[in-house]
Write a protein that binds this ligand. Structure first.
Ligand code: MN
Length: 735
């Protein structure tokens, strides 16, 4: 039971919030009777009485905050009332019938919809999750206000997440990043999406969040000074040109910085648009005029100019984007748009809700068309993983719009190449693609396409897809088609080679492969854990199994090969040793002893102690990759060529060392370099090379070290991190 004192405190707190809400509403709807909102407040107050949140605050604060977010979106009184009542059915003894009786059909319908979504558990099994998302989509199509209230609800819950247990925080944060933020994005609601993402990031990955926050803080002063300078230079020029426009500047959101770092594998120093400026104009033509002025003042970064006005994003976002560099090499991004575009970028579908009462506008129809499509598409998809995968792609529409020479639009994922384009046109066009003409100019197949490009694919009959393509294509369709082709053709070739090698080996015993019974071959295959003879032949073709060892199982035990017919043993092996050196006897290939040569893949340079995996290359032995190497996922789909490898036990003799490159992010102060080298030398580690770059009192130090194993590396990283002023240490895969 709440004491009188508590009740009084509740009243003061909630009454103030309620007055603020009413003030906002009266501003947006000066001529409307808002009695129903007061009634909803009283109703909520009565039924949530005595309830508190995890923060200890009276429960009523929550529906009030949710209603306030909705009022900021300028939603109509029906939505506000539903917002005030959104938890009433779930958390009090109120029923939907009561709500209908008191507030009418529309409000009851919306509150019921929100209650249904609340009951969905998005962290459940994947089949379940797919079904739940579909329900959510259906609710959206039904009345978009259901989802807008749910988003406002989630936003306030995220703002107060600190009061929950760490487990709940993680679960809710993950759900927010995976489901709610992308939905806000698809509905064009940039402001809510940004806040949901930053809060989700903070609770889901607190360490990365803190690292980026610190890195941004370290540069904040310099950044703000720079932005002020840029802002005033631009404002002067705008005045000269007679253009009225607002200029806003900011440091990019932490989560978008984080995503960029992860996506591009770069350091925070390399993020182009850490600093961003927004110019909000009063007319469309002014947008382009401002772009001209900006490019006159600073050097634009090639390939970074994007016209989302002529080509709006699928969520109807419109703006001109450009990145520029000033005299001292600082980069910053500009977003240029009109007041109207700005409102749509911030509030999305909510931006024009207030203007209408009946059916949604054409623009909203377009936004919701996506939801309908997803619901529609899901009908045919039975595999929930597939549905989730495609939904995740759909939720992040980073698309480019390209054209065939005849003007047909081809929509591709961002960074798509002519190969993606070719496979969209036709599978055979993809297979035989050798290059393309983009806007009349010849480009290589790896060229990145941009919106507005006119693409003409060049083909050559008989040309075949290459595995390297997998690393550059962006669309699922192209990737699947290439994989399929490779699987079929490479396997066929491997089987063919396997048979030839076996035939040759058999000749040494003066028998033909045909003389060996299929049943015996089948048995040999089974001995290797394989189902079919072809699997065995493919394995031999890839070099995974030795033909000699396989044949030894198949000929009578007393049969002796005619060694005279054989070339001196080890020719290939020694040739490989010549090429790749012999430092790799540090690695053992499972079940092969020293038979197979290994070499460390240059894309990831694994070091002793790291988890590794092997890939049988043709003629070069086994490439050893770190399991975290990004190439591994692309390579390992060919299960036939995957092979287990381990680090050999340390033998006698000189230890093998590996060059490892580290980048240290630190303050640029005297003695820093000396201290770093001292810490490294103290561990007895050889420094091959050290270089440093500095700007804005910050320095990046690149150092290449001779490292014995993972433990050794971890010790050095830990030591370096302890140096005051060292913010972060990153290992670079490439040296
Ligand atoms: Mn709620």
């Amino acid at each position: 039971m709440a004491t009188l004192r508590q009740q009084l405190a509740t009243n003061v707190l909630t009454v103030t919030r309620f007055r603020e809400l009413m003030r906002k509403l009266k501003e947006t709807f000066p001529n409307q009777n808002l009695d129903i909102v007061k009634k909803a407040y009283d109703f909520s107050l009565k039924h949530h009485e005595g309830q508190t949140r995890a923060s200890g605050q009276p429960y009523l604060v929550h529906p009030l905050e949710v209603a306030a977010v909705l009022a900021d979106m300028k939603l109509d009184p029906v939505a506000i009332v539903a917002g005030l009542l959104h938890d009433a059915i779930e958390d009090t003894d109120v029923t939907v019938v009561d709500v209908r009786k008191e507030f009418g059909e529309q409000v009851a319908h919306i509150v019921e919809g929100v209650t249904k979504i609340n009951a969905i558990d998005f962290s459940s099994r994947e089949e379940q999750q797919a079904e739940n998302l579909r329900k959510m989509m259906l609710a959206m199509v039904d009345d978009i206000r259901v989802v807008l209230i749910k988003l406002a609800d989630r936003l306030h819950n995220m703002r107060t997440l600190e009061h929950l247990s760490p487990e709940r925080q993680q679960k809710i944060a993950r759900e927010t990043l995976e489901i709610y933020a992308p939905i806000a994005h698809r509905l064009g609601m940039g402001k809510i999406r940004g806040e949901l993402e930053d809060l989700g990031f903070k609770y889901l990955d607190p360490i990365a969040h803190e690292q980026i926050r610190e890195a941004v803080e370290a540069q904040r002063k310099a950044g703000e000074k720079l932005l002020a300078k840029v802002e005033s230079a631009l404002t002067d020029k705008l005045k000269e040109a007679g253009i009225t426009a607002r200029v806003e500047s900011r440091i990019k959101r932490l989560y978008s910085i984080h995503k960029k770092l992860v996506r591009q594998g770069i350091s925070i120093k390399q993020v182009y648009d850490l600093y961003a400026l927004r110019v909000i104009t009063s007319s469309l033509t002014d947008c382009y005029a401002v772009l001209g002025i900006v490019h006159n003042l600073w050097q634009p970064v090639p390939g970074r100019i994007k016209d989302f006005i002529a080509m709006p994003r699928p969520n109807l976002y419109q703006s001109l984007h450009t990145s520029v560099i000033n005299e001292s090499g600082d980069a910053f991004e500009f977003q240029i748009r009109t007041e109207e575009m700005h409102k749509i970028a911030e509030d999305g579908i909510a931006a024009h809700w207030k203007y209408k009462d009946g059916p949604v506008s054409a623009k909203d129809e377009e936004r919701l068309a996506w939801v309908r499509q997803v619901v529609e598409r899901q009908r045919g998809v039975t595999d929930p993983n597939q549905f989730l995968a495609s939904l995740k792609v759909d939720l992040y529409p980073e698309e480019v719009y390209t054209f065939t020479p005849k003007g047909r639009v081809v929509v591709l994922p961002r960074d798509a190449t002519p190969i993606d384009f070719a496979y969209t046109v036709h599978t055979d066009v993809g297979h035989t693609c050798v290059g393309a003409k983009v806007n009349g100019k010849m480009v290589p197949v790896r060229h990145k396409l941009h919106s507005g490009d006119i693409v003409e694919i060049m083909t050559q009959p008989g040309h075949k897809p290459s595995r390297d393509w997998l690393a550059v294509v962006q669309s699922g369709r192209a990737r699947n088609k290439i994989k399929h082709w490779l699987n079929v053709h490479q396997r066929e070739r491997a089987i063919e080679i396997g048979r030839k090698v076996m035939e040759k080996e058999a000749r040494k015993y003066r028998i033909s492969l045909k003389q060996i019974r299929d049943a015996d071959l089948q048995q040999a295959a089974s001995a290797y854990g394989l189902g079919r003879i072809d699997d065995l032949m493919a394995g031999i073709g890839y070099g995974k199994y030795s033909a000699r060892q396989v044949l030894a199982r198949l000929v009578p035990p007393d049969a002796q090969p005619n060694e005279a017919a054989e070339k001196p043993a080890g020719t290939i092996a020694s040739a490989i040793r010549r090429v790749f050196g012999s430092g790799n006897n540090a690695i053992v290939v499972s079940g092969h002893g020293d038979d197979l040569m290994t070499y460390l893949a240059r894309c990831c340079n694994p070091i002793r102690g790291e988890s590794i995996t092997g890939y049988v290359t043709r003629g070069k032995g086994v490439a050893v990759h770190s399991v975290s190497c990004p190439n591994v996922t692309n390579l390992m789909y060919e299960a036939d060529r995957r092979i287990d490898v381990q680090w050999a036990r340390n033998k006698d003799g000189p230890p093998v060392s590996y060059p490892v490159k580290l980048t240290l992010f630190c303050d640029d102060r005297t003695g820093m370099l000396k201290q770093i080298t001292a810490v490294i030398s103290d561990t007895g580690t050889n420094i091959r090379n050290i270089e440093s770059r500095s700007a804005n009192a910050q320095a990046n130090v690149d150092v290449v070290l001779d490292i014995l194993d993972l433990k050794h590396l971890e010790k050095i990283i830990a030591g370096v991190r302890k140096i005051p002023g060292v913010h972060d240490v990153q290992r670079l895969q490439k040296i």
